[in-house]
Design a protein around this ligand. Structure first.
Ligand SMILES: [Zn+2]
Length: 297
């Protein structure tokens, strides 16, 4: 079974077949491994969602990693926080392909995404943005072999993957992993689909965050793959920008009126975002994060 899935995938890539529908992991019945036309029914492991030809998402609980698989190489992001999560990730990759896991990219420096890298092969090259370096020195993460700057092109078995640093957003090491030929952009925690940012937004500067997302919006892609939650499209980046701008404007207005943080948290609602994921849980903390930045505390 495992081998069959690998063969089907290899055949599919080799013939450069049409882009498969998302949720290629239907788990549906057996597939004739000699018939690439039927590759859409390939049995990928259940944690795998196909976004485009060669491009997949791996999901561990609520955390997601991008996976770029070609005949000759694999690029993965984020080991997913622990040795056991990373071991399962490697196992899933091995169920899909025998190609070497050439690259592992840290999307940003937060441990819940990047710890566990030791489970990957010793010769995998670990890559992160250079701003991650001082954080990593204090963490128990697998060490990085290559730090990158604002833009770095990586050849994954003939398919180009571009690492782009759009400026500080949720963290000052958050990268966009772009697969231009497949029109997919992956970014973790700084953007999500109809979901408010996490808690106090990591005390990030909201204007910087907005600028970074505006840069992301200029990139050439159709599919937005966040590190949590459902995939979306470029318009979701704009929706995230509008949310941040609206919240910053509303909090600033109330600061100008002399309101305290507690008063703002008690009275401010943004009804148009009440349907977003985590609004009820994290909106007041979003206000707190923005407030702290705006008053310069
Ligand atoms: Zn996260």
């Amino acid at each position: 079974m495992i081998k069959q899935a690998a063969i089907v995938l290899a055949s599919f890539i080799a013939v450069g077949g049409a882009v498969m529908a998302c949720n290629g992991n239907t788990g549906a019945g057996a597939v004739d491994s000699k018939d690439p036309e039927n590759a859409a029914a390939a049995e990928f492991p259940s944690e795998i969602e196909q976004l485009a030809e060669n491009v997949f998402l791996f999901t561990n609980s609520t955390h997601r990693s991008l996976l770029v698989v070609t005949n000759d190489a694999v690029l993965a992001t984020d080991p997913q926080g622990s040795q056991s999560n990373a071991e399962r990730f490697v196992e899933v990759i091995r169920e899909m392909t025998n190609a070497p896991i050439r690259y592992v990219v840290y999307s940003h420096h937060h441990g819940d995404h990047i710890l566990g890298g030791e489970a990957f092969p010793a010769d995998s090259e670990f890559i992160a943005h250079r701003n991650a370096e001082p954080y990593l020195e204090t963490m128990d993460a697998r060490s990085v072999d290559r730090f990158v700057g604002d833009e770095e092109i990586i050849d994954v078995g003939g398919l180009e993957v571009v690492l782009i640093y759009p400026g500080p957003s949720e963290t000052d090491s958050s990268l966009v992993i772009l697969v231009p030929e497949r029109r997919v952009a992956f970014m973790v925690d700084a953007v999500a689909v109809r979901t408010v940012p996490w808690r106090t937004m990591n005390d990030a500067n909201p204007q910087d965050w907005i600028s970074a997302l505006e840069r992301v919006e200029t990139l050439d892609f159709d599919i937005l793959a966040p590190g949590h939650g459902p995939t979306g499209s470029k318009s979701d980046v704009r929706e995230n920008i509008t949310y941040l701008e609206t919240l910053v404007g509303a909090v600033q207005e109330r600061i100008d009126q002399g309101q305290t943080l507690e008063e703002i948290q008690e009275t401010l609602e943004l009804p148009e975002y009440q349907g977003w994921v985590r609004y009820n849980e994290h909106f007041k903390e979003n206000i707190q994060g923005i407030y702290r930045e705006l008053i310069g505390a």
